[in-house]
Ligand binder design. Structure first.
Ligand SMILES: *Cc1c(COP(=O)(O)O)cnc(C)c1O
Length: 395
């Protein structure tokens, strides 16, 4: 590189990434091919609009690229072209979710979403996000005793509040979500069901997590978490759903462009296309299986060592640990800092029925995808659990 300053930073960050154990469940390491596509000359091109309906000339290859990416998305999640429309233009997960509300829910309408403290995302209607200012969140959480979703309580809430849309799929929920139950809840109050599979999309592609596609009207996902692609997002929508005379697919496309965004990032779309092809391979299925096995090994060992693993374990890539344990242990912020000093990167996190603050919560969130991509197996995760235990217990 001619720019030595940036080159130096890239080298330093490369060395940092290599030197740490990365347990952040929303991070991963993409292939060289993904990076090559992401950093390609497709980034030079403007392509406002959609394939064959653009506002600029010179779209011969961009149209081919975007359509191929859409097809690969359907293939990775085993979807039929007759039923599922795909939009690969959202620049990231937050604008993808925002576009769904913009397309389907009148401003000021009700969106039923999980609170941040219970494991929801900011864009599920949290007040600090535009999604909680332009729309009204009907908040829900998990059962404080079992620390898992209480579908009976959710149904009562939905019938009472009558939200226009229900969001399922979370940021810090270690267990499997029952999308069939969410469908019944949505039907009971006449709401759209949107599943945000940002965190576990790679596990769905790999066949080790419930697929939301049988039940959801709309599925959103980031592409850079367990799915192991570049930072971007996808909105999937059912072709047979309408609001009045309008197909929701049309409303959602309009919400992404021109509703929220200008031109698509074609380098990202090229990178996503590469990642989606990788996600349809047997090797990716193997990775997804191992992600789950490794998270289970981590959760089981931490439990054996005396830590309170929220919801009793994991059925995904994610492990939420209550390190505070009502004052018997150590707070999340200090746990995160101590682990970082010892080469383990994670993030502090609230736990269900949080009694501390979001800035210094009771727990930490761990995940297995990044280190699984680097080839780690159960025996390695046992050692990681033991190291975590040692670091957190040190006087
Ligand atoms: C990460 C995440 C998002 C947002 O993605 P960004 O790309 O960071 O905007 C949205 N929803 C869920 C559930 C997520 O985990």
């Amino acid at each position: 590189m001619k720019d030595k300053q940036i080159e130096k930073l890239i080298k330093a960050e490369t060395a940092r990434q290599k030197s740490v154990i990365n347990l952040i469940p929303s991070e991963n390491y993409v292939s060289k091919d993904v990076l090559t596509a992401l950093g390609s000359i497709f980034d030079n091109k403007y392509a406002e609009g959609y394939p064959t309906k653009r506002y600029y000339g010179g779209q011969k290859y961009t149209d081919e690229l975007e359509l191929l990416c859409q097809d690969r998305a359907r293939k990775a999640f085993r979807l039929s072209k007759d039923l599922w429309h795909v939009n690969v233009q959202p620049h990231s997960g937050s604008p993808a979710n925002l576009s769904v509300y913009l397309g389907l829910v009148p401003l000021g309408g009700k969106i039923m979403g999980m609170t941040l403290t219970a494991g929801g995302h900011l864009t599920h209607g949290q007040k600090v996000s535009i999604t909680g200012k332009a729309w009204q969140q009907v908040p829900y959480g998990v059962d404080p005793k079992t620390e898992v979703l209480d579908y009976v309580a959710l149904k009562e809430l939905a019938v009472k509040e009558k939200p226009a849309l229900i969001v399922a799929g979370f940021t810090a929920y270690p267990q499997m979500v029952d999308f069939k139950k969410f469908r019944e809840i949505a039907d009971a109050c006449g709401a759209f069901l949107m599943v945000d599979m940002s965190h576990f999309a790679g596990l769905v592609a790999g066949g080790v997590y419930n697929s939301p596609f049988e039940y959801a009207d709309v599925v959103t996902t980031t592409t850079h978490k367990t799915l192991r692609g570049p930072r971007s997002a996808i909105v999937f929508s059912r072709k047979d759903k309408k609001i009045g005379e309008k197909n929701i697919t049309e409303l959602l496309d309009k919400a992404v462009f021109p509703g929220l965004q200008g031109g698509p990032h074609l380098g990202q779309i090229a990178g996503v296309a590469v990642a989606l092809k990788e996600a349809a391979t047997p090797a990716f299925k193997q990775y997804a299986k191992q992600v789950k096995k490794n998270a289970t090994a981590l959760a089981d060992e931490l439990t054996r060592l005396g830590w309170h693993v929220v919801s009793g374990g994991t059925n995904s890539h994610l492990v939420l640990v209550d390190t505070w344990m009502d004052g018997k242990g150590i707070a999340g912020k200090e746990a995160e800092a101590r682990l970082e000093k010892n080469g383990i990167i994670c993030n502090k996190n609230t736990i269900p029925a949080e009694k501390r603050s979001p800035f210094d919560p009771s727990g930490i969130r761990l995940g297995s995808p990044a280190e699984t991509t680097r080839g780690k197996k159960e025996k390695d995760f046992l050692k990681i659990a033991q190291k975590i235990d040692k670091v957190l217990r040190a006087k």
